[in-house]
Ligand binder design. Structure first.
Ligand code: DP6
Length: 320
């Protein structure tokens, strides 16, 4: 059987940084994210592909580097005794540049693989399977505002608000499309082993999660803005204090942060968040999207600006 699924990346407002179990890829902390609407990965899985080994193409080209991770994920979903698969991934945004391409890829992969293998997994089970491949991918099974909670032997993900219940825009300033210098998985391990701030980061997360969840439930933008920026800067402080230091930002990243602060001082409700890459994601009300977009487009060093609303969780689009 073959199946195609589509999943959107999610942007963490309260971040996942650090693993408590590397074998099962369990995060050290919970996280809260928003799932986007307009950026996506489409993943086709065909277990009757006629090949003896898995074959992966990403945007039409073979990808030997990602293949082992994808093969492992397929075996977790469909079982070790599964047939070899042909996997076709297509993405409408730059890969490996801190735009959560692995989140949308693995969320789409587990949905497509489960359907192509003729299995019936619940969304919660699919989220857990996606999380084993990439921690942030678990959240892309859910739309709108999603929270990933740590449980004793795993994780559970739930929706806080649907995309339509609090429509917001995410304006993404692309400051470089070069692949990131170090993967987030490797960087997290360096932080855990060397950053003097790592323990404080883990200890402070419950409080940030509580504040952000309450802000979302109350649709209190200023409260969400304050805790999100604080959480983002704490995560990057953990990285900067690691040995060797992990610095994903460039000069334009800082300029974008200044643009967002300037907009705020002019009365625009907007806040930034930054992941394992130099791009800056600005979150604002839908009515302020154009103003934020123009301000970021004219910020020095910004190569491109993308805009997205909040969207749904991963969906199966074809199964035959
Ligand atoms: C900074 O989910 O890419 O984007 O589990 O090793 O695949 P792995 O890590 P990944 O890390 C995401 C880190 C982050 C913050 C976040 O999305 O919560």
């Amino acid at each position: 059987m073959q199946a195609i699924a589509r999943a959107q990346p999610n942007i963490a407002l309260i971040k996942y940084w650090g693993k408590r179990d590397r074998t099962l890829n369990l995060p050290a902390v919970g996280s809260i994210s928003v799932t986007l609407a307009d950026l996506y990965t489409e993943m086709g899985v065909d277990f009757d592909g006629g090949s003896d080994t898995d074959v992966l193409t990403v945007n039409g080209e073979g990808d030997a580097q990602m293949l082992p991770r994808v093969s492992r994920c397929l075996s977790t979903v469909a079982g070790e005794d599964r047939s070899a698969a042909r996997i076709e991934s297509r993405c409408n945004f730059p890969l490996a540049a801190g735009l959560a391409s692995s989140a949308s890829a693995f969320a789409a992969l587990v949905v497509a693989a489960s359907a192509a293998a003729g299995q019936q997994h619940s969304t919660a089970e699919l989220a857990s399977l996606a999380g084993q491949a990439s921690g942030s991918a678990a959240r892309s099974l859910y739309g709108g505002f999603a929270e990933l909670e740590n449980k004793n032997d795993g994780v559970s993900v739930d929706s806080i608000l649907g995309a339509a219940e609090w429509p917001l825009s995410v304006v993404i300033a692309i400051t470089s499309v070069s692949p990131k210098p170090i993967s987030s998985g490797k960087a997290m391990e360096i932080s855990r082993n060397t950053s003097p701030f790592y323990g404080r980061w883990v200890d402070g997360q419950t409080r940030d999660l509580d504040l952000a969840r309450a802000a979302i439930e109350e649709r209190d933008f200023d409260k969400l803005a304050a805790v999100s920026e604080h959480n983002c800067l704490k995560m990057h402080s953990v990285m900067w204090a690691s040995r060797p230091p992990i610095v994903y930002w460039n000069a334009a990243t800082l300029s974008c942060m200044q643009t967002i602060r300037d907009l705020r001082s002019q009365g625009v409700g907007v806040f930034f968040t930054i992941d394992a890459g130099p791009q800056v994601k600005a979150v604002c009300a839908v009515s302020d999207t154009q103003r934020v977009r123009e301000a970021l487009s004219s910020t020095g060093g910004v190569e491109n600006v993308m805009v997205s609303g909040l969207g749904p969780g991963a969906q199966l689009t074809k199964c035959e």
